[in-house]
Design a protein around this ligand. Sequence first.
Ligand SMILES: C[S@@+](CC[C@H](N)C(=O)[O-])C[C@H]1O[C@@H](n2cnc3c(N)ncnc32)[C@H](O)[C@@H]1O
Length: 234
Amino acid sequence: MTVYGVGLGPGDPGLVTVRGKDILEEASVVYSPGRLSRSVATEHVSEERVGDLDFPMTRDEDELREAWKAAAAEIAPRAREETVAFVTLGDPNVYSTFGHLRRTLDAFYPDVDVETVPGVSAVTAFTTALGIEVASGTSLTLQEAAGEATPTGPDRMVLFKVTDAPATHERLVAAGYDVVYGRRLYMEQGETLVTDDPEELADRDYYTLAYAEKEGVETTAATAAFDVETEVEQ
Ligand SMILES: C[S@@+](CC[C@H](N)C(=O)[O-])C[C@H]1O[C@@H](n2cnc3c(N)ncnc32)[C@H](O)[C@@H]1O
């Protein structure tokens, strides 16, 4: 049988894909690495089929490896007999815990099949939530902005892990960017916020991203040039 990494989307249970929902229904156990992913999963599966795994909040690499070895040791024997799901918010292959599980299973239990069901990532969901079009011919870069890091350079960036919005904002503005922030987009837990004022985001919330665009960068899609009055007359 198989371990499926199922992407749950940004948090709204209505944004789980049809395929993801099918796997959640089929799985005998659905493992969740956190409280938020658990609450989305339980909109689609009963509590008794959800298995919790314990992960330390640490960057210590030895501790992390031990935690993922323990998780793989719990999951692998079940996956040999039955279908097992491991859920993550967004997409399982975008800055996600699922990568640790996949690598650990590959290393210690190579006989266990691992598959991924893609989910709606915050990388794409931010466009609708913030009213941004990534028009053809333009580029978009995904970066992390945690801690002191505020990357600059590309014309357009999505920054994840904006944990200190005022500091990030100061650096981005100094580097010539216009910035919009999105917090808890499509999430039912906590308040959704879309703003260009970093002071509204002064309190730390992990589920915060930023879209930064270099001032003066322009793209004009062909259809943006419609002059309705002229067109209607023709
Ligand atoms: C570890 S990454 C996980 C990304 C996830 N796998 C995905 O594909 O969306 C977590 C970061 O994604 C961003 N993020 C994820 N979901 C979000 C949401 N619903 N609203 C705003 N930001 C979100 C935040 O910047 C957060 O710090």
